[in-house]
Design a protein around this ligand. Structure first.
Ligand code: BTN
Length: 265
């Protein structure tokens, strides 16, 4: 894989520029810098390996050569989309799901808000980061890590949530460039329409643990109340993408997309 193979795989898609690296600290870091320099929507940063790949909550995300996809795609949300910035990470998850469904007939699910699961194990993670200049939104980066080959799967004891990869689910080889193209095509398809009812319906249709008991823990650094967690039955999404949890008291509680840990009980 190199810059030329990436560019030719993306032929016809609205990707104005590609920055390719055999190895880089983090594609999100390069993309965030690029955003602050001013860049168009759809520009892509991609690497075969990352030395300081990042996940949510400051966790490490390991990317070694030739066995996974690690890329960051730049979005330039319009002013009227600012209230919906929290939806860009589920948008990435939905695009991955739809690509895996269309090209490999898989049945991925989304662990709210945005982890992609195959057979109950995590295959992809998304880290969205936003660049502001004062009150002006400069742009946003959707960083996507997708495990393709078995060698990309970290051992269970090294991760909080057990992981898997696409080749394991397919039972054979998977072309990384095909996966990249397919994910980006789905993403651009969603960018051409408002994130409204259809988007929420497609997201909700793929939610893992619906109707099951779950626990949501607020990340220690983000917690703004004394309440560390909430437990109840996951009953779906509200119209803004919040998770609706039915508490043991019968009351329904909406938990907003953000720095929370969601897990089955
Ligand atoms: C998570 O599940 O915690 C999110 C993982 C996101 C990893 C991707 S790989 C490409 C991009 N660059 C990074 O440093 N992180 C994201």
């Amino acid at each position: 894989m190199n810059e030329e193979t990436v560019k030719s795989a993306l032929d016809g898609l609205p990707v104005p520029q590609v920055r390719w690296f055999d190895s880089i600290s983090s594609t999100n870091d390069v993309a965030l810098q690029w955003v602050s320099e001013g860049v168009q929507e759809g520009c892509l940063v991609m690497a075969d390996a990352q030395t300081q790949g990042r996940g949510r909550f400051g966790r490490r995300w390991v990317t070694q050569p030739e066995d996974s996809l690690a890329f960051s795609i730049i979005m330039k949300p319009r002013a009227e989309e600012i209230p919906q910035l929290g939806l860009f990470s589920p948008l990435g998850a939905l695009a991955i799901c739809q690509a895996l469904e269309a090209d490999w007939r898989l049945k991925p699910l989304i662990k709210w808000p945005n982890d992609v699961l195959l057979s109950g194990r995590k295959a992809a993670g998304i880290l969205v980061e936003v660049v502001w200049s004062g009150n002006d939104l400069q742009g946003l980066v959707i960083g996507i890590g997708l495990n393709i080959a078995p060698s990309s799967v970290p051992p269970d004891e090294q991760v909080l949530y057990p992981a898997t990869c696409v080749e394991q689910a397919v039972g054979g080889a998977v072309d990384r460039m095909q996966a990249l193209r397919s994910i980006l095509a789905q993403l651009f398809r969603w960018r051409a329409q408002p994130l409204g009812e259809v988007f929420f319906a497609e997201w909700q249709k793929r939610l893992a643990f619906l109707g099951e008991s779950v626990q949501i823990d607020w990340d220690a650094q983000q917690r703004d109340s004394e309440e560390p967690s909430v437990r109840g039955v996951f009953v779906g999404l509200d119209q803004t993408g919040n998770a609706l949890i039915r508490l043991p008291s019968g009351e329904k509680r909406a938990v907003s997309v953000g720095d929370v840990h969601f897990r089955p009980v």
